[in-house]
Design a binder for this molecule. Structure first.
Ligand code: ADP
Ligand code: ADP
Length: 223
C-alpha cells in the first residue's frame, strides 16, 4: 500500500551555468501507509528539494512522483494542488499558525475550507488536540502557548483533513532537546494512530531511531 513512490528523480539547479548544482541524481524511495521514514542529510544535501518535490511544490527535471497511486506528472497545476490538499500534510520547523485564531480554530479552518461541517471540524480538532495532550489549551492563541505546544497544534492542523502522507522538515528543530523528545513523541503518536506514511527530515539521530527506518541523502541518492 504505497502512498509515496519516487523513482529516478533528478534535479539540477543552474543547469548548464557555472556553479551548476546537481542535487538529486536518480533518487528512489517508496513509503507505505503505516511506515515512518527518517530522512537524514547534512545541510545543503538536498533534503528541502526532495521534500518539496515529494509534496508537489516543485518538479523534478526527470523521474516519477506518485502519490497514493496517482502520477503527478500527468496533472496540471490545479490537479497537483488538489492532490496535495487531499493527501499530503506538511509540518515545518516553525509552526506557521495564524496568530489571531485559537489553537482549535487553527485546526478547524482548513477543514471548513475542505467542506467539512463546523460541528464535525471542531470535534475532530478536539480529538487531535487530545491525542497530543493539549486539549485544555484549545482556546488559547498561539502566542499564549509554549513552543512545544505550538508545534503540537501545527501537527494537528497538518492532519486535520486526514491526509495519507505526512512530510516534515525538522519538525522539532526549534525546540530544546527535552521538549523536542516529547513533542516528537506526540507526532509519532498521531502518525501511528492515523496509519500515515511519514517522511520526516531530522538531524537528530535519537529521534531518527524512533522511526521505522532511516535513509541518508548523499550524492543525490538515498542510502
Ligand atoms: P537542504 O535542505 O538539504 O539544506 P536544499 O534542497 O535546500 O538542501 O539545497 C540543496 C542545494 O541546492 C544547495 O546547494 C542549495 O544551495 C541549492 N539550491 C536549493 N534551491 C536552489 C534554487 N532554487 N536555486 C539554486 N540553487 C538552489
Ligand atoms: P533549509 O533547508 O535550511 O530550510 P532552504 O531550503 O531555504 O533552507 O535553503 C537551503 C539552501 O538553498 C540555502 O543555502 C539557500 O541559500 C539555498 N537556496 C534556497 N533557495 C535558493 C534560490 N532560489 N537560489 C539560490 N539558492 C537558494
Amino acid at each position: 500500500n504505497e502512498v509515496l513512490h519516487l523513482s529516478g528523480l533528478k534535479k539540477t539547479y543552474k543547469k548548464g551555468l557555472p556553479g551548476e548544482i546537481r542535487v538529486l541524481d536518480g533518487l528512489d524511495i517508496a513509503v507505505s501507509s503505516g511506515e515512518s521514514v527518517a530522512l537524514v542529510a547534512p545541510s545543503g544535501a538536498g533534503k528541502s528539494t526532495l521534500l518539496h518535490i515529494a509534496g508537489l511544490l516543485d518538479k523534478p527535471d526527470e523521474g516519477v512522483v506518485e502519490i497514493a497511486g496517482q502520477t503527478a506528472s500527468g496533472l496540471d497545476d490545479a490537479g497537483r494542488t488538489a492532490l496535495r490538499r487531499r493527501d499530503i500534510g506538511f509540518v515545518y520547523q516553525f509552526h506557521h499558525l495564524l496568530p489571531e485564531f485559537s489553537a482549535l480554530e487553527n485546526i478547524v479552518l482548513p477543514q471548513l475550507a475542505n467542506g467539512t461541517s463546523d460541528r464535525a471540524a471542531r470535534s475532530r480538532a478536539m480529538e487531535l488536540l487530545g491525542t497530543v495532550g493539549i486539549a485544555p489549551r484549545a482556546d488559547h492563541r498561539p502566542a499564549a502557548l509554549s513552543g512545544g505546544e505550538q508545534q503540537r497544534v501545527a501537527f494537528c492542523r497538518a492532519l486535520a483533513n486526514q491526509p495519507r502522507l505526512l512530510l516534515a522538515d525538522e519538525p522539532t528543530g526549534n525546540l530544546d532537546p527535552e521538549t523536542s523528545e516529547q513533542v516528537f513523541g506526540a507526532l509519532m503518536k498521531l502518525v501511528r494512530e492515523a496509519g500515515l506514511a511519514a517522511l520526516v527530515a531530522t538531524h537528530n539521530p535519537e529521534l531518527a531511531a524512533r522511526m521505522g527506518r532511516t535513509v541518508h541523502l548523499s550524492g543525490g541518492r538515498l542510502i
